[in-house]
Design a protein around this ligand. Sequence first.
Ligand code: NA7
Length: 864
Amino acid sequence: MQQVDVAVVGAGFAGLYLLHRLRGAGFSAVGLEAADDVGGTWYWNRYPGARCDIQTTDYSYTFDPELERVWRWSEKYATQPEILRYLGFVADRYDLRRDIRFGTQVATATWDEAQHRWLLTTTKGAPVSCRYYIMASGCLSAPKPPEIAGAGDFKGEIYFTGRWPHEGVALAGKRVAVIGTGSSGIQAIPLIAAEAAHLTVFQRTPNFAFPAHNGPSPADRVAALEKDRADYRAQARLSLTGVPLPRATEFSWQLGEAERRQRFEKALAAGDLVAMLSQLWADQGGDLEGNALAADLLRERIHSIVKDPETAEALTPRDHPFGSKRPCLETNYYATFNRPNVTLVNLRQEPIQAITASGIKTDRRSVDLDVIVFATGFDAMTGAITSVHPIAGRGGKSISDVWADGPKTYLGLTVAGFPNLFMITGPGSPSVFSNMVVSIEQHADWVVDRLVGLREAGFTAIEATETAQAGWARHMADCSQLTLHRLANTWYTGANVPGKAPGLMPYPGGVGPYRTICDEVVSRGLLGFTLSGPNGAAQSNDGEIVRLQPDVRLVLGMLAELNLPPLESFGAQGLRAFVAQFNATRPAGRPVGEIVDGTLAGADGPLPYRLYRPATPGPHPIVVYFHGGGWVLGDEQSDDPFCRDLCRRSGMIFLSVGYRHAPEHRFPTAAEDGYAALRWIAEHAAELGGRAGPLLVAGWSAGGNLAAVTCQLAHDRGGPAIAGQLLVCPVTDCTFDRPSYNDNAAGYFLTRSLMYWFWDLYCSPADRTDPRVSPLRGRLSGLPPAFVATCEFDPLRDEGIAYAEAMAAAGVPVEQLKARGHFHSSFTMVDVVMTSVEGRIKMAEALSRFAGQGQQEAIPRAAE
Ligand code: NA7
């Protein structure tokens, strides 16, 4: 029995770095590697054309500046042999081979609860007893079986790209088939076509591919790296993909067609996956319409290269958004289909019936072959863990059973019920959505640092809690709403393996955010982990690490970095100026049919308004809208993106009222202005382009307060008629003792003290129970139907809910939206807090119901 502190499976990028770190931290470790040398992925994938497709400036270890100095890559995208040489060089330089048992597979792994150790049996040599067990077995290391009937009958040669013979394969003069057109197929096909007598490509799904433009590393990238390596690497670690390229910030609808094409051509010329995936426009990755603009340009390019229109169309992806399936870099791929010795078989039109002794038979033809190459991919991510060997955790539970419905992990690093087991780039971590080397180093560092911490604290076991794990799954699902991956069947979602549970496996929230979350787990006392040690020592810190929506977390993080003083300290004028400046930097809302600025009659003189008219033919129902700002801030334009968005979604006129503000005009001015505006709008509805019939009323925050009050005044004072009220995070009452006021008192932008200040400026304590400022205290029966939206992390949450419940109790039809993980500004930060889209869709649907109409503008849900 070999006794070590740590056993590591795999000697690729992850395993090698782990062994180096573990040794440096004073742990005894053994690496167990099935192959007879180091390399991992780059040991096995030796097919013609195999290269990395993250640039070598970035696809490198960064842990040792000296290593970066002594190793020079020869190309922008290195070949497999060069990457294998690099990993051999690293193994030699740090003398790692002496800790690795090559040609050795782990046969079983079993947790020994009494000893707090893992017991490993192996296919060669002594079994291993280790305190910690780390799977550094990669993400794409378990090739899929052929899956096609008759593969065993074929009399010719069969090869898998992921298990290519070391001595190479002679293809000259042979009739060759390649099945599969993922990255491997797309890299191999041009080289195989150049050598074989004839190549037949069997394609099930065409992929988006664009040129690699391989050659020397681009001078600008090298210059950026060499100018300040440490800074470049630091930026990579905090970037979304592990490559420090800034994302586009302009939205597609802000760019003209010429500008979009120019950006596309620039990304095309860069020959870089990350550039094409992130630098076109801000909405290319998360919005179907923005995505389609990019996809169309890529499709156009395929047709411009491939001469035969039918072949070109067959090669053109139309069933998934660009980027939702792994796009590929290509070198002569499309041009290869212009060669006379290359045939494309479109399996969507003629599926393979069987592989026969002489070749492949489809519904329409039989192709005689000497060689079949399977470029059919891998049982990705989970397969790299479960297919290695059975893993039995606490109580003998098998990880394959625990994951039967899809992988369950905490941080993609650990699994509840499997103490002291770690996965490097496991499912639930950024892994294949990132530059793998950056993610590998982050995971290896995080794990080794934890082991050091446990050793120092005298603990011998660490295990994720079920709560933490469930919270992580929810956070993953929240993140995936920001991408289009859920709309495609891919190996990211397990769809390529028959019978595999569906679900997005890599973490889609980005490398930098993920790193900060892992660090936060540590700074919050290993939140989500139970630690135990000899003699019953134990520490459990149960909880969920991310309860905010992912984009809310980013927004609040950025606001926190501004280190602003309490907003009320600016004073009313100062804060107005600050808000104006803040609003100037936000994304401009999408175009609507028309915007008209005008003046209406308020309670005591003219008031400005802004009218948003839909592009659809009128007349339209009118929504009278009251902006937010604590009765002190804002104006008829300050909720511009929100009004545009709801105008488009509901197909209604939004008329935003410029009511007067405190402290210049204290209670009840705003309320009376609101009511006067309502009356004026009702009287002038037809000339404003409004449909005959009752108005609707909406508002956010203090504007939600005014909307609620206006409905009460209209009811009490005999009109005008209101068909429905939309109250978004409304102020409804003057008592501040509901739990949300304390739970969310600080840290979520709208603070308790800011609310106190707003109240003080607007309304004297003696007046505060007046229903014109505390509508919760008003007469509620007979009010128009309501939709009340509240946000979990908002001081105003509970008074919004209280108002909804009180109205319902008084017989008013009420629908509530309690937005999980959101903060006070989530709904109005259109195109910033993207996860709030679903809520705005519901608001528009409610307005349509109130107005007795179907939704006007069909904005597909999936486009959000
Ligand atoms: P991929 O990307 O999974 O590609 C596999 C290809 O094989 C893909 O075109 C599949 O079509 C096709 N395939 C898989 N099974 C079948 C069957 N049964 N019949 C016909 N065609 C099939 O693997 P790669 O090795 O190319 O790339 C893996 C990753 O390595 C890559 O994404 C980079 O991250 C690096 P499908 O699309 O499933 O219809």
